[in-house]
Design a protein around this ligand. Sequence first.
Ligand SMILES: *Cc1c(COP(=O)(O)O)cnc(C)c1O
Length: 431
Amino acid sequence: MLQSNLSIGPNGHLLFAGQDTVALAERYGTPLYLLDEERVRANCRLYTRPFARCFAPGSLPYYSSKALCFKALYPILLEEGMGADVVSGGELLTALAAGFPAEKLCFQGNNKTPEEIRLGVEKRVGLFTVDNLLELERLDAEAARAGIRQRVLLRLTPGIDPHTFAAVNTGRIDCQFGVPVETGQAREFILRALRMPHLEVAGYHCHIGSQIFDFQPFADAAQIVLDVAAAVRDEAGYTPSVLNLGGGFGVRYKEDDPVVDIPACIERLSGILARLCEERGLPLPAVSMEPGRSIVADAGVTLYTAGPVKVIEGYRSYVVVDGGMSDNPRYALYQAPYTVLNASRAGDPCDGEISIAGRCCETGALIQENVPMARPKTGEIVAVLVTGAYNYSMASNYNRVCRPPIVLLSGGKSRVAVRRETWADMTACDL
Ligand SMILES: *Cc1c(COP(=O)(O)O)cnc(C)c1O
């Protein structure tokens, strides 16, 4: 099995977090998102433990809310000692509504609206990551209005290509996030921020991409940012007290994907950072990271019920499931790989390939193509693995399909954390 929270029951059903997925599908209906709470907690500890051991006091991993955001997640993150990143008023208010402390939030994003900036300041979020000059000015004005000095990080673009695919690669110079180092704009941006009377520059931020399986790209990014830090120190006498290296550690979607040892990578990074700082005569900053995918992805499984099975003689076979790009758009967007199992007969041998199609009206709206598996029959339960990140959070009401519920699994028990949308919800905003 792809991951340790999966197994096969004596009845041949797929077990997830020790629970029978076919029974869960019967109880809660399909499509259905399952989330393994113990796995979320274990993934948080992959960061919190080495952070406490290796980095300077004040270092903190921030969970990147965009990967998966719903209220019941935040008490879990808080108990595990995580901070959290938000990129919109919606994510911010979700975290606060769940009792997450504002001072442990970091407000990200490359175009926070004036209303969102105001909201963040009013709610006293601990940190803003400022992406651009316009926002620097708007935030300074808003902080002035509120009579506070807002702590900020400045988002720099180090120009690193972490060798991931283009759609999730944000460290290159040519992208819409942050201020580029190579063009000299980063230096100007920092000097400008240091003159803002109502902002306190806590340090620098960078995020180089996603699905990174090694510490080296983070070390490369840190080196570039620390070079800027040293230059600014020489010019303006300012040294950062925080360095945020962004998110992006990879997860395994398929058997042949590499395994990343996150605690070992963090340990290596801490050594490299210490050396880089020493070489430049910089004090060791507190370190932050913003893992999203690696916290929730392998804690999630999506269940569907197989509908029609279409065998196109001489071509290929399709099974159409009762969800699709409305609950998981990632294959349609960028051919994201997934492992798919027949949850009703998880122990059965593969008997051919089948493509998993969704019910949305787009030819490209597949969940996965040509999957070798025990081919599902109508009525059987199909499980798509490692769907905890960027599935629910990217779900839509395309075709006015209702979004599935999220059921949290913990200690052999299950509970609905997000209810299933209803047809009434589909017209709730219509006047
Ligand atoms: C998307 C994103 C993250 C999280 O990336 P993962 O690959 O989910 O870990 C963190 N920080 C920023 C700025 C991001 O845009």
